[in-house]
Design a protein around this ligand. Structure first.
Ligand SMILES: [Cu+2]
Length: 327
């Protein structure tokens, strides 16, 4: 929503408004290239891509040595720029992240590649109806940038993740689209869904308790009712799973495991291990997954959470939401 958020005072707001109007004009008159698909990243260009989002909740240190940390804990500073500063629904919007060393102020223009990308950005509207998973890319200026479009009016939470010194850094901020606003009112939803010809059901424990690791299993069927066992990796994992609390304050990004695992299976099951156990080669020798894909997660706080799975079926990335209740 803001141009270099921290520095905005009243004067800054005026300046930002003028800048926004200026860039609005530029965008309106310029090319619209680079608009992201929504929901999710779909299409062939993402097909071979493998994304990673590890446990990303701010309060989750349970994943061991590589738990998620805040930018402050990681010793980095993140400045964002959103142009136009207050985009209209559907308007092409440039999102820029500048990462620097907190101490020296030195720009960090290269990050380690994690799940095939240096930076992962998940944007959800506050009502949790809109979801997209996009990737700011490093540019000549040393910033990371991506062009997005937010399809509906509302306030959007932007969860930006990257790895620094072996730890996942998570940055959360908001952008107002149109007049902003919106709030989710979730109810538990484990209903089987068919999206893009893929029928997905989610098996969850009857009771999921905060602070206890829970095991989940997606079961996948093709349009003709036969098991879908031909899923391909999406950004290097059998599935990407993004989890956001009803108030959008809590966020986690985790990954599917190749086969459903026993309930109570050990945590810290790495994707690599899972892939070794559960993958099967297709006739082309590629890696295939399904019809069951599991994941584990420890929810720290009771409440309702929306859980999006992203699955790669024949090069199309399918995004399927469910809602779980944590007691
Ligand atoms: Cu990603």
């Amino acid at each position: 929503m803001k141009t270099y958020t921290k520095r905005l005072g009243l004067v800054g707001l005026l300046v930002a408004t003028v800048l926004a109007l200026a860039s609005y004009a530029t965008v309106a008159g310029g090319s619209m290239q680079g608009i992201d698909h929504s929901p999710g990243e779909t299409g062939a260009e993402e097909k071979a891509d493998h994304g990673s989002m590890d446990q990303g909740s701010m309060n989750d240190g349970a994943e061991g040595a590589s738990g998620t940390v805040s930018p402050v804990e990681a010793g980095v500073e993140i400045e964002t720029r959103v142009e136009p500063a207050s985009p209209a629904p559907g308007e092409s919007t440039d999102l820029t992240y500048r990462v620097s060393e907190a101490e020296s102020g030195e720009a960090i223009s290269e990050l380690s590649v994690d799940h095939e990308r240096q930076m992962h950005l998940i944007a959800v509207s506050r009502d949790l109806e809109q979801f997209q998973h996009i990737h700011p890319e490093p540019g000549a200026s040393g910033d990371f940038a991506v062009t997005a479009a937010f399809p509906a009016e509302g306030t959007y939470a932007l969860f930006d993740e990257f790895v620094r010194d072996g730890r996942k850094v998570l940055d959360r901020r908001e952008v107002e689209v149109g007049a902003g606003g919106g709030a989710a009112s979730l109810r538990p939803d484990l209903e089987t869904k068919t999206v893009d010809g893929l029928t997905v059901s989610l098996e969850a424990p009857e009771e999921i308790r905060a602070g206890e690791e829970a095991a989940f299993t997606y079961t996948l069927e093709k349009g003709d009712g036969t098991p879908a066992d031909d899923l391909e990796p999406y950004l290097g994992a059998p599935a990407h799973v993004a989890i956001v609390s009803e108030d959008t304050q809590e966020f986690a990004h985790t990954h599917g495991e190749a086969d459903a695992l026993e309930e109570g299976g050990s945590g810290g099951h790495s994707e690599t291990e899972a892939a070794e156990e559960g993958e099967h080669a297709d006739h082309d020798g590629g890696q295939n997954f399904g019809p069951e894909i599991g994941f584990h997660h420890t929810f720290e706080t009771p409440g309702l959470y929306k859980v999006w799975a992203q699955l790669n079926h024949h090069g199309d990335v399918t995004t399927v939401p469910f809602v779980v209740e944590i007691t």
